[in-house]
Ligand binder design. Structure first.
Ligand code: 4NP
Length: 159
């Protein structure tokens, strides 16, 4: 059975689709696509059905050479069962997710994305939505670091 990762931010149009696409890129490069499955969601309903933010996609293309694919959806309680590990982009997302785990059954599955960074020391992936281009570029750099660390963690622990 494949190991399933869910990346979660607020809108599911900037940070979490970036994390999903970057992780898929790393997983494909290592030939692990049948072993690790990625998805993403938002804690809010603001952008349900929307494509990734064009500024975020431009930053991905600029830094990594690929555009972002995806369609925003909202996190749902059934995701706790469906996924093996849920990665929150910031503290607020983390608490919104934990609040939905009414009986505290799944708190071990929920982690902060930046826990897996090995180069950056930031504790959260900053929300780039209301800022400039530099913020979007920083999200990509940070997520490349976190996704690389996460992939090593999953490989060592579960594969
Ligand atoms: P994301 O960014 O959580 O990384 O997708 C945001 C997207 C939309 C909004 C805020 C953050 N918003 O307020 O609509």
């Amino acid at each position: 059975m494949a190991y399933k990762l869910l990346f979660v931010c607020l809108g599911n149009i900037c940070r979490s689709p970036s994390a999903e696409n970057i992780m898929n890129h790393l997983v494909e490069k290592q030939g692990l696509s049948d072993k690790i499955i990625c998805d993403s969601a938002g804690t809010s309903s603001y952008h349900i059905g929307a494509s990734p933010d064009s500024r975020m996609s431009a930053a991905a293309y600029n830094k990594l050479g690929f555009k972002l694919r995806g369609e925003a959806r909202q996190f749902q309680v059934s995701d706790f069962k469906e996924f093996d590990l849920i990665l929150a982009m910031d503290e607020d997302n983390y608490h919104q997710i934990i609040k939905l785990d009414r009986y505290g059954e799944y708190d071990d599955k929920v982690r902060l994305m930046c826990d897996f960074c090995t180069k950056f020391t930031l504790k959260e992936v900053p929300d780039p939505y209301y800022g400039g281009t530099e913020g979007f570029h920083q999200v990509i750099d940070l997520l490349m670091d976190a996704c690389s660390g996460l992939l090593e963690y999953v490989k060592q622990k579960y594969l």
